[in-house]
Ligand binder design. Structure first.
Ligand code: ADP
Ligand code: MG
Length: 638
């Protein structure tokens, strides 16, 4: 950690070390040898002597307090410290009192030690996040006229050919056109096992190429690349503050003037309870020192920051601490099926032509109609079609969310979709006895048969539902546009508690609203989805979670949390991280306030047993412990 201190931090550290050394010498001379007592005017020599380490350590605090007073915003911890320490020195004016110069200097010194530690901790947390965020590629090797040129990734046009050598970072999102290699995706997904990629596979920017040379065709400009998207997310994360965080900030604003007022009251009223003036001043000073709210003001945001960092290490991008806070009280999780719980690649199970239609022709029309769609179904239909897709044959494509697609192919009107689409278009169709997603196909208004496809549940889908229940989620719900039979089959396999099938995108919003209404008061509802048509639902839910790798840009945009590697089980992990963060936040709030209130009570007139030293612990010690505790948020629970 040492070499990584900023210049400002180093300067501050040196100042504190010097002040501490002077202070130690003086304290030994004073308490050990009673040197000052033996001098003429010893008290004033002592006063002047302790003023030296005090000013060396704290001149900037005094400066800031003065600045605050001048600018009419005096109530902050600088003022508390200034009044308390000046007060301690001022006790010299009371002939009946023990002098408290040493404590005055000590309060300032330890306060500064605490401040330095805070900036260490914040810096270390920030760095550990930005290290991990160190994913921005520096250059791209672009092939131009047969030669390779190194250029800024931001200047590479979509469709360019780039070469990525072993050890280099993939500069832009793209598809491999030749070569085969292992790539390390851990910076994006937290997944440590390298992935093998070869021709035809999409690779996200930010991954590191490990073994072979890859030639890729870029598919997105740098501004829309995965790397840029992640960096944007992290940068904006601190803007959406959690309620607890805002509360603490507001609390600190009112708290300081109240404390100053209380301290003044203690000072004025104590003599009425039989305390001497010097005792009452001392009680007021203890009160001021211990009441400094920095333990909370620093540790609460630091905890959230650490929690967001831990999540991003696990491949979970959280767009703000408010979502982390909401996630901790998640009670219901609703999932979209296709692409979220299932991996979104469908196998064609059967092709059932109607009334003598040619099965190849059926598939060909379907594949052409789906040529421009990004829906998982479209991708799978195209993949299973062995012929060429001639894009010149297609025009007038219209995708109907939750139903299917209409397209004009070879001047024929082609419809591909589910029962709903057929009913809406008044086309007579057949049911199918097979369990699967049925794609009915109609040509110029006449039914020509259907294709049965089946999707495969993701490896970790069943574990996801179990882990969610274990993490305290009461209900897992599946919302899907697919058929009831398919939905129920998948739900049973996964242990989902409730299923709603055959939903249009707008029905999903209505379902989520219903679920929201049924939520217990403090419970939150998370919706996990991937598609363009999930965007409205993602916005409506308390917490919208999108799949980052396969998910559509609209979904990622609308979501509050993005799972970079598309593993639904990461939502359970995100909830565990959120719960841990909130637990630590509350531990710190209770601990800090508890200790402080206890010491304040001990400082009250009539009790008066809290010393300045105890007050220093109540301020700096508590802050350091709270910060150390907050830094635990950075560790990912497994
Ligand atoms: P999910 O909610 O499971 O993600 P969608 O809402 O995306 O599903 O789609 C619901 C249903 O609409 C699909 O099961 C399918 O029957 C039909 N459908 C949607 N898009 C298409 C398409 N491009 N081609 C054919 N059918 C489609
Ligand atoms: Mg979907």
């Amino acid at each position: 950690m040492k070499g990584r201190l900023s210049k400002k931090q180093r300067k501050r550290r040196n100042r504190i070390v010097v002040a501490l050394a002077i202070f130690a010498v003086l304290e030994v001379a004073n308490a050990g040898f009673h040197a000052f007592d033996r001098m003429p005017n010893g008290l004033w020599v002592e006063f002047a002597a302790f003023l030296v380490p005090y000013l060396v350590a704290g001149y900037d605090v005094l400066g800031r307090a003065w600045h605050g007073i001048v600018h009419k915003q005096p109530f902050d911890e600088n003022l508390l410290m200034t009044i308390a320490t000046i007060g301690a020195f001022a006790l010299v004016l009371f002939p009946d009192a023990e002098p408290h110069m040493a404590e005055g200097a000590a309060v300032m010194l330890f306060y500064q030690v605490g401040e330095l530690f805070e900036s260490y901790a914040v810096g270390a947390t920030r760095r550990s996040i930005s290290d991990m965020m160190d994913i921005a590629p520096e250059f791209a090797n672009v092939e131009r006229d047969g030669a390779i040129e190194q250029v800024d990734p931001a200047e590479v046009a979509v469709g360019s050919i780039v070469v990525v050598k072993p050890g280099e970072r993939v500069p832009l999102d793209g598809v491999v056109v030749s070569g085969r290699s292992e790539i390390d995706t851990s910076a994006l997904t937290g997944e440590s096992v390298p992935r093998t990629v070869e021709e035809g596979v999409s690779v996200a920017s930010g991954c590191v190429n490990l073994t072979g040379v890859l030639t890729m065709r870029t598919t997105k400009p740098y501004g829309e690349s995965t790397v840029q998207r992640i960096l944007d997310l992290v940068e904006n994360a601190s803007e959406k503050k959690a309620r607890t965080e805002n509360f603490i900030t507001r609390f600190a604003r009112y708290y300081t003037p109240v404390v100053v007022g209380l301290a003044a009251a203690i000072m004025v009223l104590s003599p009425a309870f039989g305390a001497s003036w010097s005792q009452s001043v001392q009680g007021a000073l203890v009160f001021l020192v211990v009441s400094c709210p920095c333990a909370l003001v620093i540790s609460v945001p630091l905890s959230f920051f650490g929690g967001i960092g831990a999540a991003s290490r696990a491949g979970i991008m959280v767009k703000g601490s408010s979502y982390l806070e909401a996630l901790a009280s998640t009670d219901t999780v609703a999932f979209d099926k296709t692409g979220t719980l299932t991996n979104g690649t469908f196998n064609v199970v059967a092709v059932h032509p109607h009334a003598g239609a040619d099965p190849d022709l059926l598939l060909s029309y379907a594949a052409h109609a789906e040529a421009f769609s990004n829906h998982p179904i479209a991708l799978s239909v195209r993949a299973s079609y062995s012929g060429e897709i001639d894009q010149a044959k297609i025009d007038e494509v219209e995708e109907r969310g939750g139903e299917g697609i209409f397209a004009r192919v070879d001047d024929h009107a082609v419809l591909v979709g589910n029962d709903k689409l057929m009913l809406a278009e008044h086309i007579d169709f057949h049911d199918c006895t097979l369990v699967g997603t049925i794609l009915h196909v109609a040509l110029d208004g006449a039914y020509i048969g259907h294709i049965v496809i089946a999707d495969v549940v993701k490896d970790d889908a069943a574990e996801t539902v179990r882990a969610l229940h274990a993490a305290g989620v009461r209900k897992a719900v599946m919302l899907t546009g697919d058929r009831q039979e398919v939905a129920v089959a998948v739900a049973e396999k996964l242990g989902i508690d409730e299923v709603r099938a055959q939903l249009l995108p707008q029905d999903k919003v209505a379902c989520v609203e219903e679920l929201l209404a049924a939520e217990p008061e403090r419970g939150k509802l998370a919706f996990v989805g991937d598609g363009i048509n999930d965007a409205p639902v993602l916005m409506r839910a308390d917490i919208g979670v999108a799949m980052g790798a396969m998910g559509s840009d609209a979904a990622i945009e609308a979501a509050d949390i993005v799972l970079m590697d598309d593993k639904p089980s990461n939502i359970a992990r995100a909830i565990r991280i959120a719960r841990k963060t909130m637990r630590i936040v509350w531990q710190n709030i209770v601990f800090a306030l508890g200790v402080k209130i206890a010491i304040m009570v001990l400082a009250l007139p009539g009790i008066g047993i809290a010393t300045m030293w105890l007050a220093v612990f109540g301020d700096v010690g508590v802050a350091c412990i709270a910060i150390l505790n907050a830094m635990r948020c950075l560790r990912v629970p497994d």
